[in-house]
Design a binder for this molecule. Sequence first.
Ligand SMILES: Nc1nc2c(ncn2[C@@H]2O[C@H](COP(=O)(O)OP(=O)(O)OP(=O)(O)O)[C@@H](O)[C@H]2O)c(=O)[nH]1
Ligand SMILES: [Mg+2]
Length: 484
Amino acid sequence: MPFESLSERIQMSLRRITGRGKLNENDIDEMMKEVRLSLLEADVNYKVVKKFTADVKEKALGEKIMKSLTPGDMVVKVVHDELKALMGEEAVGVTYKVSGPSVFMLVGLQGAGKTTHCGKLANYLRKKDHKKPLLIAADIYRPAAINQLHTVGKQLGIEVFDMGTNHKVVDIVKNGINYAKEKGYDLVIIDTAGRLHIDEALMNELKELQDKAVEIYEDKNEKFGETLREPDEVLLTIDAMMGQDAINVITTFNEALKISGCILTKLDGDTRGGAALSIRYLTQIPIKFMGVGEKLDQLEVFHPDRMAGRILGMGDVVSLIEKATESVEEEEAMKMAEKMQKGRYDYDDFMKQIKWIKRMGSLKGLLSLIPGLGKQLKDLEIDDKQFSYIEAIIKSMTEEERKNPELLANSYSRRERLAKGAGRPYPEVNALTKRFENMKKQITSLAGMDEDKLNEQIARGQMPGGYSPKPKKGKGKGRGNFRI
Ligand SMILES: Nc1nc2c(ncn2[C@@H]2O[C@H](COP(=O)(O)OP(=O)(O)OP(=O)(O)O)[C@@H](O)[C@H]2O)c(=O)[nH]1
Ligand SMILES: [Mg+2]
């Protein structure tokens, strides 16, 4: 999980002040000493750490905070805001040309994730900005690279333009852009070659590409003319696991190419966060996107505020909601809610919900976005495989059984048949049908209850359906559950 180790340590340092009603300079110093160590351990550049700790301390010691009723929580907010500021305050989007195909070029060291992210980005912008993207295979040094891009394109249903390996890269790109114009594509994403180390030959080639890859437009004779123009976005893919070494790579690429932004890749494997926290402040280059997995939909916009929230264990509710609405059609969700309220929840609905959850990504990944849950999840084994077992069982039901769950609840022989059909043990099928009946009861009683009654029950610690959550001790002092 991104930032896991940093997050854990920083939260531990903040716990000593969270919820406290009185703080003095010494408390702040002690806490900041630990925060400083956690950042250094996370491989955040020391200059960044220095600036960060100085800024937090100055703000935290401000009169308004020290004299407030909840100085502890206010200091946590200061830490949050400064983390956000380090990472650039606001998310930075991409720029498109007003007319004609926009040209994006992905550059970076070998294996940083260029090819994968050409696909991820095209897919994301097609969905988000309704773009019609074309991918151009401009890595001519590895024949396998072209095939790799084709595989990515095929998976996403996005066309890939290539001219094999025997043409100059600039010519491939020119022809590709022409092709895009002819076919009405409005976004071109160029996959370029990587090198193990930054070398001059690579830089020169990319520079030439940047100078010439280029806006090509129709002239009066309906033929294509060309003018020199820089690509609209030159995005550097950078492996998050490089930590602060990423800074040198970014600086060198930027000197040669003028990068418009970074895509921080493999953040899913980076528990420390050194690169994410150092890049913006030291290079002034915004991190525009982040890669959070090998799958082609595992790309997210880099939101500094949400990142800061994740680091401090405040979860990332906004991302969670976005994810949910992205993958579930709103209308579908409304229909489902209505059905549930009427107590007509059946196995078909259940199956649909499982599909939604699966579309949103892994359940564990999803739950980690919920505030305060991040840490607890570490030891919790959630087996996404369970879903396939449930699916197998539901698939073995007859249509009549899916629509009338009570048929199963009331018949041993039907459940036994299901177990055989799905290849799952009988107790598992039995438990599933029991749980389903309980769930249905809960949903129905929830739906039938007016809001006041519901609130009253919740306030008394009695959830409908016999479920009673443990009452919270104290107020707002829950671990890692900061209030802002
Ligand atoms: N876990 C994880 N793996 C990733 C991510 N992005 C890319 N990868 C993997 O990293 C490896 C290299 O990715 P590529 O897209 O081939 O990298 P590249 O920069 O095009 O590599 P070259 O063309 O050889 O320079 C592949 O195995 C990808 O699946 C990510 O965000 N998370
Ligand atoms: Mg590649």
